[in-house]
Design a protein around this ligand. Structure first.
Ligand code: ZN
Ligand code: ZN
Length: 390
């Protein structure tokens, strides 16, 4: 009994200091009705409604199943139980579980640290109570793209941590902080091997980016800005002081720096006429619509007075960016574009080039975000006052 109480006290303490631990809702795209946990490394203490049931040894598995508004579970040695909340508490730092949804079937996933399983809206709710750094390892790993420079991974760690803190209450009503999908940040697996990702996460531990008012940044990023970042107001109509447009000299020779696309001229003109009443019958206007040039990034096609946002053209014709020139070849409109993505905030390919050229993660963050600071989470009142969320 004393041991059980001790575990509960430790557990509560960990959930309270949320700057170190995060509640992540797992496998949200499927409505899990039954699942299996297998301890892949280390043993886990199994709790049901805060009472200790026993130990799940390394290699052993636990089956869990939705049972009305409750959850039932089965373990070969410990037996069958039913209750409201199952908790799996790791007994060593390096412990991790394999999770697989049985109904419906899913791939296997691996996660570090602790778990909480309950019933919610006719599904099993599986929450990973994960150390922030272990979570960030998984997020950066899930983003893919190994073999990058350490300083680039540090920028990623800084941005992903900042994002997690800023969105800490995004799923509060559902009982966790962030989900594991792209709605928040993709987190599909733990990092399997230690290396530059884990080194980057730990060497920036606790650091986030804030604006001049000490508010965490919305960490906008994109693949390639095409040599000039985009002002946030061109994309979302509201300006973001730390995301103003500037010339980026680092990304112009990388693989997503330029693109070309051909579109049937009839489709191009028809869209302009239908959506904006553009007078395509007028030969002068028709010529303008097929000879457009952007030396600098613009928000609108041809002229703002026509009210045709470039972002609309990007959406309609599925263009890589809004940073393009237009010309006519026969009956085809030829778009010659620069960059990939909305262009606001950090340019990933530019940041990678900067890292390769020897710039530090701090220099990279300051290059892409205007008038910002890198601070330790403990220095921010914003979060210290809110540490009651569980
Ligand atoms: Zn989410
Ligand atoms: Zn760039």
């Amino acid at each position: 009994m004393v041991r059980s109480l001790l575990i509960i006290i430790i557990f509560l303490n960990v959930t309270l200091s949320f700057s170190q631990e995060l509640r992540v809702g797992l496998l949200r795209t499927v409505k899990i009705r039954s699942a299996q946990f297998t301890s892949q490394k280390g043993s886990y203490t199994l709790l049901l409604d805060s009472l200790e049931i026993g130990i799940i040894e390394e290699g052993a598995f636990l089956s869990v199943e939705l049972n009305g508004s409750k959850v039932s579970m089965h373990h070969d040695r410990l037996g069958n139980f039913i209750g409201d909340t199952i908790r799996l508490i790791s007994n060593e730092d390096a412990a991790y579980m394999q999770l697989r949804s049985i109904t419906p079937g899913s791939k296997t996933h691996h996660y570090r640290d602790n778990f909480e399983i309950s019933s919610s809206s006719n599904r099993l709710q599986v929450i990973n109570l994960v150390d922030m750094n272990n979570y960030l390892d998984g997020v950066i790993y899930s983003e893919g793209g190994g073999g990058r420079h350490l300083e680039y991974y540090k920028v990623q760690a800084l941005m992903c941590r900042t994002y997690a803190m800023q969105n800490f209450r995004r799923h509060q009503k559902e009982g966790f902080s962030v989900c594991d999908g792209v709605h928040c940040q993709a987190y599909h697996n733990m990092l399997k091997k230690e290396g530059p990702i884990s080194e980057a996460v730990r060497s920036t531990s606790g650091e986030v980016i804030v604006d001049k008012n000490n508010k965490t940044l919305t960490t906008y990023f994109h693949a390639n800005c095409g040599g000039q970042t985009c002002d946030a107001s061109y994309v979302w109509n509201t300006s973001v002081p730390y995301c103003e447009t500037f010339i980026d000299t680092f990304c112009t020779k990388t693989w997503q720096a330029t693109w070309t696309k051909k579109i049937e001229a009839s489709k191009w003109f028809a869209f302009l006429k239908k959506e904006y009443g553009f007078p395509i019958e007028d030969p002068v206007m028709r010529k303008l619509a097929s000879q457009f040039k952007q030396d600098q990034r613009m928000a609108f096609f041809i002229h703002p007075s026509l009210g045709i946002p470039l972002r609309d053209l990007r959406n309609e014709f599925r263009l890589k960016s809004t940073f393009f020139n237009v010309s006519l070849e026969g009956n085809m409109i030829v778009l010659e574009g620069r960059g990939f993505g909305h262009g606001v905030g950090l340019c990933q390919e530019g940041a990678m080039e900067m890292a390769k050229a020897g710039y530090s993660y701090r220099q990279i963050a300051h290059y892409y975000f205007n008038d910002v600071k890198i601070v330790d989470l403990d220095e921010l009142n914003e979060f210290n006052e809110e540490s009651d969320f569980q």
